[in-house]
Design a protein around this ligand. Sequence first.
Ligand SMILES: Cc1cc2nc3c(=O)[nH]c(=O)nc-3n(C[C@H](O)[C@H](O)[C@H](O)COP(=O)(O)OP(=O)(O)OC[C@H]3O[C@@H](n4cnc5c(N)ncnc54)[C@H](O)[C@@H]3O)c2cc1C
Length: 393
Amino acid sequence: MPTLRTLPLSAATREDHLARLRATSPEAPLDILIVGGGSTGVGAAFDAATRGLDVGIVEARDWASGTSSRSSRLMHGGLRYLEMLDVKLVYEALRERDLLLTQTAPHLVRPLRFVFPFFHKVIDRGFIGAGVTMYDAMQSLGRRRAMGAHRHLSRRSMAATFPSLDDEKIVGAVEYADAQFDDARLAMMLVRSAVDHGAVAANYTAVTGYLRGDDGRVQGVRVREESSGEEFDVHARAVILAGGVWTQEQQELAEADGGLEVLASKGAHIIVPRDRIRADAATGVITKTEKSVLFLIPWDEYWVIGTTDTPWAEDVAHPAATADDIDYILEHANAVLKEDLTRDDVIATYAGLRPLLQPVAGSDGASTKISREHTVTEVAPGLTAVAGGKWTT
Ligand SMILES: Cc1cc2nc3c(=O)[nH]c(=O)nc-3n(C[C@H](O)[C@H](O)[C@H](O)COP(=O)(O)OP(=O)(O)OC[C@H]3O[C@@H](n4cnc5c(N)ncnc54)[C@H](O)[C@@H]3O)c2cc1C
């Protein structure tokens, strides 16, 4: 199995890689050029490089500066997808989580236990308990389990594990195992590892156009190196667009006929000091909201609490939490806490954008596979877009 390595990406390496991108030509193209250095792009670069392909990756800003450094940082199967009976997705995500935890990146992914509080003794213990039992069982289907089993907590043992939970309203809980990771750091590790396996990588290098051959096939990109403003062509046999919420903008730049329509949905988080919520060192909370779930996640000296799901029509490069987002998160966190958090406790916020994808009307539906996992579509001959899904997968 390919492993992650820590080759430094110095300024000198970047200069060397820009020179190698500049040196490509129609006669000597890369096998693959990847546009976008988020989890999708760096993951694709690592995968392609470890298969021996000649691969290049360019990122307009810094590595993982888009959604990939603005996630909830959970390496998880997604318990809530079981409610939608998306068993395959959860199974795959749990397998990826355990591979990252035990083999690929054990130094960057760490176990984290969650309590799921019950408000109704019989219904919640039956319904949520059954979901967690299934989640747990799927971790040991055909392989050795990487994490401990779930356990049911009485009101009293829940209060001992998590003193800040409101034990007047909450009648008990189930505690289960998942994992957390540093998203930006894992992206850096993936791009360094891809480089160590031979990939050519340049950040602050934005795609400004797409090169077409006489047959109309995409055969590379035009890029702008952002510190000098220099523009040059990079030639490649195939281009992968890993542009997240920028996917539609890039398709338009490529003058693609079909592809994906992309709407941005914002997820915000608030950060509060660790001492505002008392709990066991490595235990978070998951609680249901009207639309989805809310997580209270321990993170060093802080708690990260989120997330939301609202449309975002402003600049996709700068998503931000609004006062309404903060109040929504506080309201749902306070529904499980003994002592209310207030706006004064919030020391920071951040927000990320999920691309909501659907095929452009009139495009060839047969070339598009849309699912909650991710979407792969051939946008134009030689140009394939990959978007959506989760960091974990
Ligand atoms: C609020 C929120 C919480 C989440 N929490 C979790 C979680 O806990 N666990 C989990 O597994 N998943 C989570 N996800 C999902 C996960 O974060 C995403 O699936 C993942 O980060 C998407 O990565 P990406 O590479 O597709 O997109 P991005 O990270 O957005 O990458 C796209 C990149 O393309 C670059 N780009 C754009 N235009 C150009 C150009 N012209 N030239 C070159 N580069 C360009 C951008 O700068 C950007 O870096 C969460 C998502 C959100 C929104």
